[in-house]
Design a protein around this ligand. Structure first.
Ligand SMILES: [Zn+2]
Length: 116
């Protein structure tokens, strides 16, 4: 598949996802501060499931909006860590991916505290 074709497909997928997310969750934006706050709360409160689902939905909305924003700037499909192109196959499977497979693996290890 051509790169341009893959990017177009991603755009369609993201817009579709965004539409269905907005139907399910209200359209309010999360600023970065409240994202961190929610993540902190999430670690301590395991019982707030509906709250968390709602948050998760909003976070997905934000991911989609971010992806469209990167598209508008011509940065979509570029890894935010190493600036290499993210493989088309990965983007099609996971259109809101911000990192290439290698950087994502490192990122997840760091998040789990394996690397530091
Ligand atoms: Zn990378």
């Amino acid at each position: 598949m051509e790169r341009a074709e893959a990017l177009l497909l991603c755009r369609e997928k993201i817009e579709e996802e965004l539409l269905s997310l907005r139907e399910r969750f209200n359209n309010s934006r999360l600023d970065r501060k409240s994202v961190q706050q929610y993540e902190k709360e999430d670690r301590h409160n395991h019982h707030v499931v509906s709250h968390y689902n709602n948050f998760n939905g909003k976070k997905k909305i934000q991911d989609c909006e971010d992806a469209l924003g990167r598209m508008a700037k011509g940065l979509f499909g570029i890894c935010i860590n190493c600036n290499n192109e993210i493989l088309s196959e990965r983007l099609i499977a996971f259109p809101t991916a911000k990192r290439c497979v290698r950087c994502q693996a490192v990122h997840e290890k760091k998040k789990k505290g394996v690397l530091n």
